[in-house]
Design a protein around this ligand. Structure first.
Ligand SMILES: *Cc1c(COP(=O)(O)O)cnc(C)c1O
Length: 393
């Protein structure tokens, strides 16, 4: 028996009905629009990596429960990647944990490290799972807003400092940042690190776009800053880097104590996942530098292609230095409400985008921002740009 007076969805999750992606993808389907809302590539990752997955399946590697921390081949490849790229040395046996995508890594980290009543500072606009996971952990999110100024979305370090209270347990950082496309600078990151050390805070850092940085931007993991190794849980994933978002292979790196804590939650969420894909991702991480260079150059070109189209259509374009996304502003059209704009856009132009306003606690802060993804084939981006020109006339 359920009491009719009591809602089925619990209080912690009540504010998170359905994600904006479900709403907008359904709209795309219904109107036959080009979907530049959700960020997933329309071209699969490298053929040889797909073959590696097939080989693993055929050879019976990973068809049964893989080891809890992940298969040794993948943990070793993750450690080698962190050493090669960032000079971070990790013990693959105690400092690496494979997860069901970055999504599970985020959930497990927050569920493991937070007590009810703890405060978590997250950069706003934030990736939608952050707020839900903080809520599931019974903690409270405290947003610090990234604001566009002089060509990029910036972190206001005074605002960040002022947001820390005696109840703050953890800083939840994302760089390169979805949805704004900002890449935190060394100066911003060292201030975050200094604050974390000074106030003895844990840091969870979502770096799934580590290989998607453009122009002169450089991705520097927070774990490389002084005093950070021992307090930082670093999260990344194969989905974005290798264009296999359906494989759901992610990972956590950190000290043995942090990884053990995250694993305590992870083992009761999925236990293990993606057996054969883990072997394939181990091979992907060992791809030659040429793969990563071409991947980055290709996406930078796509960013410019869509960015030019959006500018020509009349949007204000915030040029991203990383990720799959361009955040625009619709104020030049004399419009203010991004959600209404996105609901009407399929009828007006046959293109779907998402309103950034749903990624803010402060509804005013992102009210006129609309996000488009450019991780699509060139002809799709050209066609979308053409359709959007209707807004200009
Ligand atoms: C896509 C994305 C994720 C989810 O990664 P999965 O590996 O697909 O679970 C996490 N964080 C951010 C910022 C993302 O954009």
């Amino acid at each position: 028996m359920t009491s009719s007076a009591r809602p089925l969805l619990n209080r912690r999750l009540a504010e998170f009905g359905t994600t904006i992606f479900a709403e907008m993808s359904a709209l795309a389907l219904r109107t036959g629009s080009i979907n530049l809302g959700q960020g997933f590539p329309d071209t699969d990752g490298p053929e040889e990596i797909r073959e590696a997955a097939v080989r693993a399946l055929r050879d019976g590697r990973g068809n049964q429960y893989p080891p809890g921390p992940g298969v040794p081949e993948l943990r070793t490849a993750i450690a080698a990647h962190q050493r090669r790229r960032y000079g971070l040395s990790l013990d693959p046996d105690t400092e690496v944990l494979v997860t069901a995508g970055a999504t599970e890594a985020i959930a497990a980290a927050l569920l493991a490290l937070l007590e009810p009543g703890d405060e978590v500072i997250a950069l706003e606009p934030y990736y939608d799972s952050y707020a839900a996971c903080v809520a599931m952990a019974g903690a409270t999110r405290v947003p610090v807003t990234l604001r566009p100024r002089e060509g990029r979305f910036r972190l206001d370090l005074d605002e960040l400092r002022d947001a820390v209270t005696d109840r703050t347990r953890l800083l939840l950082i994302n760089t390169p940042h979805n949805p704004t496309g900002t890449v935190l600078t060394c100066e911003e990151l060292s201030a975050v690190a200094a604050l974390a050390v000074e106030r003895d805070l844990l840091v969870v850092t979502d770096e799934v776009y580590e290989h998607l940085v453009f122009d002169d931007a450089v991705h520097v993991p927070l774990a490389t800053f002084p005093g950070m190794r021992e307090r930082t849980v670093t999260i990344s994933s194969a989905g974005k880097t290798f264009s296999f978002t359906g494989w759901k292979v992610g990972w956590v790196t950190g000290t043995p104590a942090l990884v053990t804590a995250v694993r305590s939650a992870k083992q009761f969420l999925t236990y293990v996942s993606a057996g054969p894909f883990q072997y394939a991702v181990a091979e992907a991480l060992a791809l030659p530098e040429a793969y990563f260079d071409a991947f980055r150059a290709d996406h930078q070109r796509k960013r410019d292609l869509l960015g030019d189209g959006l500018r020509a259509a009349g949007f204000e374009v915030h040029r991203p230095r990383g990720t799959y996304f361009i955040t625009t502003d619709i104020t030049p059209f004399g419009e203010k409400d991004a959600h209404a704009f996105c609901r009407a856009l399929p009828e007006r132009c046959g293109v779907v985008a998402v309103p950034n306003s749903v990624f803010y606690d402060d509804p005013e802060a992102g009210r006129s921002q609309v996000r488009f993804t450019f991780c699509k084939k060139d002809d799709v981006l050209h066609e979308a740009a053409n359709r959007l020109q209707r807004l200009a006339s």
